[in-house]
Design a protein around this ligand. Structure first.
Ligand code: HSE
Length: 441
């Protein structure tokens, strides 16, 4: 049988990795897919770069629409990124009856509903293993491997840039700004790192996992998104003294009255495997009612790790494209007419979790009692308290100190209200630091 023909839109790091791995492992991939898979056409604005990447025998064009219009192309890989032209091209490829493989988490987290609907109508597949956690096959695991389970929660380190920065801050005791510059110099952080450091990239990824886990539409706009830019080295140190590490987590949970969907820095017990995921690595923990807790670890970015996921999708499509579309694995794991549209994403005030609080207070008699009394009145149960010596915090003769409190599980709205009251106390001398805590047990 003649090889299935693939057109590639955008040949940067991941595109050239895909081309190289497909070529290097072509025999083995063919034996798995039942048919050869060949990239026969590449579109890139920089045609010279593209030609250098693919060599002879592959048609290189600058116009992506020429790939979509080619009747010999069965699958289009979109590696352009972003929501603009990438969206138009994906919609045009679907309309032209092409199957699509994409690594574009931003596009799917924001426009997934429209894209999957169009693909469903047209009877084509849109595959996106590479969009979440790079080379880790987490979409496959959630959609197929764990299909027996009622998934309870997912927590993941799904952004390598921020995990690298947090690991360096902890190891070297440096502040965020210094480590960010170093990360940019080493190529771990992009020149414009906003999506990574503000938690947006992780929120795109957890939005996709949440939809697949719970059978809800993709709803990036309802995700709570908080990055690591305000995190102080001091809090990483205090967390460590209390037996925790701080990680940027993407969390989605099935709660009694809805779904939690959030990205923010979190304290994680140092003994958990997730707390020990260091540098630019990614890891995702999934808890299902039948299987219990499972962990997936690997490279979340990079040329060949991401290519590994792109090619897994190419193989899936090659195996399934002649099957009746009703028999294929649904895009979001649940059949489109069986989605959970009564399950809402909860506002943050309705989320339940535990907290790390740091209060800079006047070192005077009665301050601790006042603070803990106020928390008790609000119904917030304290798990641990750490008070530093004033000299250690503010130097010799200091009249201020840090009071660190860990709470038990509490409704976020209750904590918001209590913190507003605490902040108004004359003995609380600086903005209170609040970091959520996930026990992951
Ligand atoms: N910028 C991402 C990260 C990789 O740092 O993990 C692509 O999603």
């Amino acid at each position: 049988m003649k090889p299935i023909q693939v057109g590639l839109l955008g040949i940067g790091t991941v595109g050239s990795g895909t081309f190289n791995v497909l070529k290097r492992n072509q025999e083995e991939i063919k034996r798995r897919a039942g048919r050869g898979i060949e990239i026969t056409m590449v579109a890139d604005l920089d045609t010279e770069r593209a030609k250098a990447a693919v060599g002879e025998g592959v048609q290189v064009v600058s116009d992506a629409r020429a790939v979509i219009a080619n009747p010999d192309i069965d699958i289009v890989i979109e590696l352009i990124g972003g929501y603009g032209i990438a969206k138009q091209l994906v919609m045009e490829a679907i309309a032209a009856g092409k199957h699509v493989v994409t690594a574009n988490k931003a596009l799917l987290a924001v426009h997934g509903t429209e894209i999957f609907e169009a693909a469903q109508k047209k009877g084509v597949m849109v595959a996106f293993e590479a969009a979440v956690a790079g080379g880790i096959p987490i979409i496959k695991a959630l959609r197929e491997g764990l299909t027996a389970n009622s998934i309870q929660w997912i927590a993941g380190i799904i952004n390598g840039t921020t995990n690298f920065i947090l690991s360096e801050m902890r190891d070297k005791g440096l502040d965020f700004g210094t480590v960010l510059k170093e990360a940019q110099r080493l190529g771990y952080a992009e020149a414009d790192p906003t999506f990574d450091i503000e938690g947006v990239d992780a929120a795109h990824k957890v939005t996709l996992m949440s939809a697949i886990a719970f059978g809800i539409p993709v709803q990036f706009s309802k995700a709570h998104v908080e990055g690591i830019t305000k995190l102080a080295a001091q809090d990483i140190k205090y967390a460590e003294q209390l037996g925790y590490r701080i990680k940027l987590l993407g969390v989605t949970k099935r709660a009694k009255n809805g779904i939690e969907l959030r990205v923010h820095p979190s304290l994680v017990p140092a003994k958990r495997l997730l707390a020990n995921v260091e540098g630019a690595m990614n890891a995702v923990v999934v808890h299902g009612d039948a299987v219990g807790t499972t962990l997936y670890y690997g490279k979340g970015a990079g040329s060949e790790p991401t290519a590994s996921a792109v090619i897994a999708d190419l193989v899936d499509i090659t195996r399934l494209h002649t099957a009746d579309s009703a028999q294929r694995v649904p895009h979001l794991a649940f059949h489109p007419n069986a989605m959970n549209d009564h399950l809402d994403v909860l506002p943050m005030r309705e989320v339940v979790t535990s907290y790390y609080l740091r209060l800079r207070v006047a070192d005077e008699a009665g301050v601790l009692a006042k603070v803990t009394g106020l928390l008790a009145n609000a119904g917030i149960s304290i798990d641990a308290v750490l008070q530093r010596e004033a000299d250690e915090v503010g130097g010799e003769g200091s009249t201020q100190t840090d009071l660190i409190i860990l709470t038990h599980d509490t409704l976020e709205g209750t904590v918001d209200d209590a913190l507003a009251e605490l902040q108004a106390l004359p003995t609380v001398l600086a903005p209170i630091v609040r970091i959520r805590k996930e026990e992951l047990s």
